[in-house]
Design a binder for this molecule. Sequence first.
Ligand code: AMP
Ligand code: MG
Length: 335
Amino acid sequence: MKTTIKTITPESLAEAKNLIFGGEVVAMPTETVYGLGGNAFDDCAVQRIFAVKGRPADNPLIAHVHTGYDLSKIIDYDPPYAKKLREAFLPGPLTLVYPSTNKVSGYVSCGLDTLAVRVPSHTGAQAFLRAVDIPIVAPSANLSKHVSPTSAEHVYEDFNGKIPLILDGGVCEGGIESTVCDVTGEIPVVLRPGLITAEMIAAVVGDCGEYAPNLTVGEKVKSPGVLYKHYSPRCKTLLFENVTDGLTAIRKTNGERVAVLCEDEIAEVFANAGVTVLNLGKTEREMAARLYELLREAEKLCDVLITIEPKKKDGVMVGVLNRLRKACTSVDIKH
Ligand code: AMP
Ligand code: MG
């Protein structure tokens, strides 16, 4: 299959719409990362997404809709506090998990009685979602366990020859996947951290929990995606808490090509040590926006990537560190 990259025009949107209603998958830009989209009502299209990505069958998908879409078509119950969250943050990088059964293909939620719904703010995503006027399920458009894509070229690297069309909406501003927030209970609970933080959610509705699965007691996990190794570059990746440990690790390398991924504040130390530096930047938003781009660059230019955890740990950095730690985990957490 030939894969083409097209900017978003009335012609490419018409082509994308035809492909979607023909059961194909189409990659689309969003403000977080690129998504691999398919018709949420079409069992075959949803199964195709899992197959093309190599995604584990128990990791549910997020349905994406345009701002004018009537949510009651796809959810069973809408708690009053969810409306406040939508008014405060949508369209934007916040996914809400609602009670929902049998409204879309059963393959979307992998047997859970909930549906994750997101309204992206990216103008290209909105144009595409309006054109099709159905919920589009779209996981990140990377091969399972590889680094998420923040440009059309990243999607092409993973899916050339496997999907017909990539809608090119430029480089994603956000850089890490949406915050996933469960709204099925008394209070919202963040299942996956992102650019909309638990503090921002609590500021709007008074309270917000943060979900941390207790893997030791075999608890049934609420959001299966949190268990899988993710976001990994195809090079050896090591994570250290401080500069001293990073420098020691560099000394221990043996003729391999080494690069260091770190925040701007300490970049000079490593540049002086003679290794390639991948600079995450200064602010938490910069670090979120650059993380995946730099992890993809790392796998092209080094054998060993030494990463130093940024100092700031709260706010948006909860999401950035979550991704960084998963990228540096050498074993599949699930097994
Ligand atoms: P991705 O599409 O690759 O960004 O991953 C989607 C994330 O949303 C994964 O972590 C999923 O586990 C999570 N997710 C999707 N649907 C649900 C749901 N119904 N309940 C809980 N988590 C969900
Ligand atoms: Mg993903």
